[in-house]
Write a protein that binds this ligand. Structure first.
Ligand code: ADP
Ligand code: MG
Length: 430
């Protein structure tokens, strides 16, 4: 995969209509944005384009709306199935009710709230009533240099997620340049994330540029020693990441629920800890591979165990990597924290994905806290990928000590797996 992509600074945008795919998929509760991080994150690219005198056309998805702007309102699969299971005489009314609900998404999942928020933040934005319809076309045509508009939720069209070429072409026809700055959807080949680049010169914004700069460099030419820390619930979620990183790292640290599948694969008792029985062979293979490559492969040597999977469960520390019957491992123990911190402290590059325990619960957050502290103090280039890991680091107060916290959960995982992301592959090479 080529991580060397042209950015907004490598193309002349002055006086040009520039379509920018942002990630404005912000959480909204009772009509209020509860976390505006994504909007704030998008502002650097927008402000640059405005300062350059571009005519800026923003677009994004929000949530999973019914595809209300297509010629016919379509129901999603789940809803269709539910209706099909009803008695025949009730199906028509149920279909009508579902479609009516879909129409409400126009207000519920409208990007108006984002346009208002950007305006409040000092970037005046007008919202088009549609995505590729007459209002979007008229507003785009009337844009003056340095003005900003926002299209409606691209997922109001089923064609967006289908990456329908006619939709992508219509979207492209609004502009002269395409900028992708939505890393969170870069692993999806949708109309606005990749398809549109077939018809316009395509470059990245500052957010994607940082993602590929920092993470691409770590994967291609890391400052050594290169330490990967992998945790989270399941081995199966992280197989691709482990396999890709095993080829590149000096040390691989395993924590979280996935550790117990490794324990079990080597005959240790694990009590009622998480375990994927069908991944035992794979676990042995991965350890074997690490050994053959000379990768330092670390598993927990002690644990915090609990009676039940509950926040207030009885718990205790055990100085062993064997878990007694009737107990489950919910965090790494203190010895392990020390051992892991020591490895991290000398690292040149750290990539971390997945908490070391059930860090949402204070009694089982110690391992994640210790590792976060070690990473923050290591002086290494530190990269946090994965939604829960990013949330944990933020919640524990170490976010500003990290080199980079990836803004895309699924996208950063696929990136670390070495998979080519369509939203990045479609951009012009430098
Ligand atoms: P990320 O989103 O950073 O990729 P994951 O989604 O893979 O991380 O993993 C996070 C989840 O793993 C959290 O919900 C956490 O509670 C859970 N988890 C971590 N350790 C354990 C454990 N020992 N047992 C059960 N669940 C665990
Ligand atoms: Mg997660």
């Amino acid at each position: 995969m080529n991580y060397n992509k042209k950015s907004v600074e490598d193309i002349d945008v002055a006086g040009k209509k520039v379509l920018v795919r942002c990630d404005f998929n912000v959480p909204v509760k009772d009509g209020v944005i509860t976390d505006d991080k994504r909007i704030v994150g998008a502002m650097k690219t927008i402000e640059y384009l405005v300062a350059q005198g571009a005519k800026v056309i923003l677009c994004s998805h929000m949530g999973r709306p019914h595809n209300v702007l297509d010629a016919e309102l379509k129901l999603d699969k789940k809803e269709k199935k539910k209706i099909a299971e009803l008695p025949a005489e009730e199906q028509e009314a149920a279909t009508a009710a579902a479609l009516e609900k879909g129409k409400k998404d126009i207000t519920k999942l409208s990007l108006k709230i984002v346009a208002d928020d950007l305006t409040k933040k000092g970037i005046p934005v007008t919202l088009a009533a549609d995505v590729i319809g007459p209002d979007a076309q008229a507003k785009a045509a009337a844009l003056k240099n340095g003005e900003v508009m926002l299209l409606e939720n691209v997922r109001f069209h089923a064609a967006e997620e289908k990456n329908d070429p006619d939709f992508a072409k219509a979207l492209a026809s609004l502009a002269e340049i395409y900028v992708n700055d939505a890393f969170g959807t870069a692993h999806r080949a949708h109309g606005s994330t990749a398809g549109v680049a077939d018809y316009l010169p395509a470059v990245c914004g500052y957010l994607i540029q940082k993602e590929i700069d920092v993470m691409g460099k770590a994967l291609e030419d890391p400052k050594r020693p290169f330490v990967a820390i992998l945790g989270g619930a399941k081995v199966s979620d992280k197989i691709g990441v482990i396999q890709n990183l095993i080829e590149k790292v000096d040390t691989l640290i395993i924590g979280g629920g996935m550790a117990y599948t490794f324990f079990r694969a080597f005959g240790n008792s694990i009590g009622t800890s998480l375990c994927e029985e069908d991944k035992l062979d794979l676990a042995r293979e991965l350890v074997e591979k690490a050994r053959a490559k000379g990768v330092n492969f670390l598993l927990p040597v002690d644990n915090v165990i609990a009676r039940e999977y509950k926040e207030d469960s009885t718990f205790m520390r055990i100085y062993s990597d064997s878990i007694p019957d009737g107990w489950m491992g919910l965090d790494i123990g203190e010895k392990t924290q020390e051992l892991y911190s020591k490895s991290i402290c000398g690292a040149g590059t750290v990539v971390w994905n997945g908490p070391m325990g059930v860090s949402e619960w204070e009694n089982f957050a110690g391992g994640t806290r210790a590792v976060a502290k070690a990473v923050a103090e290591s002086g290494a280039i530190s990269i946090i990928g994965g939604g829960d890991s990013a949330a944990a680091v933020e919640q524990l107060g170490y976010a500003d000590k990290m080199t980079h916290i990836s803004t895309g959960g699924g996208a950063s995982l696929e990136f670390l797996e070495g998979i080519e992301l369509p939203g990045i592959a479609c951009l012009l090479d430098k």
